[in-house]
Write a protein that binds this ligand. Structure first.
Ligand code: FEO
Length: 169
């Protein structure tokens, strides 16, 4: 594996851990508002991001690559409405998709077919992540303005449960 790909994989561990940190930040925002369902949704989202980081870590370990743990950025975002974190999360997921695409591109150029195969799971996952994030924005715009609608959405998100990733290394 070439150094550029190894460096991008290492960086992705940090980016996924940042994603987990960002979603904890968002979960905490909703918890302070007593929107416990939304808080639950983002607590689980944070667990999924931690899982993504661990998958990159494990892949690097399995390939005998040296891992460096960098500092994780402070989550940014001061939110002025319950819609704002949802839009922030949707924008963030599109950014993560661009990162995965960048690694994929480097693998394509470096003929690293093994890592491309590993990344295929993340390519699919990002489609789901963007779809879910956009859906949360759209559903809030449709129903969340009305207090009863917001209550109902919050109840629905309270029912989300964690499940481990389908990719096992
Ligand atoms: Fe690890 Fe939400 O992408």
């Amino acid at each position: 594996m070439n150094d550029k790909i190894a460096s991008l994989l290492n960086q992705q561990i940090n980016k996924e851990l940042y994603s987990a940190y960002l979603y904890l930040h968002i979960a905490n925002y909703y918890d302070e508002m007593d929107l416990d369902g939304y808080a639950n949704y983002y607590m689980i989202q944070a667990q999924e991001e931690r899982d993504h980081a661990l998958l990159f870590l494990k892949y690097m370990q399995n390939n005998g690559l040296k891992v460096t743990f960098e500092a994780i950025d402070q989550p940014d975002g001061k939110y002025d409405s319950p819609l704002a974190p949802l839009e922030h999360a949707a924008e963030h997921e599109r950014y993560v998709t661009s990162l995965i695409n960048d690694i994929y591109h480097a693998c394509h150029e470096g003929k690293d077919y093994r890592t491309m195969k590993f990344l295929d799971w993340f390519v699919d996952e990002q489609m789901e992540e963007e779809d879910n994030a956009d859906s949360m924005v759209n559903r809030y715009k449709l129903f969340g303005i009305d207090p009863k609608g917001l209550y109902s959405l919050d109840q629905e998100y309270a029912a989300r449960v964690y499940s481990a990733p389908s990719l096992v290394l």
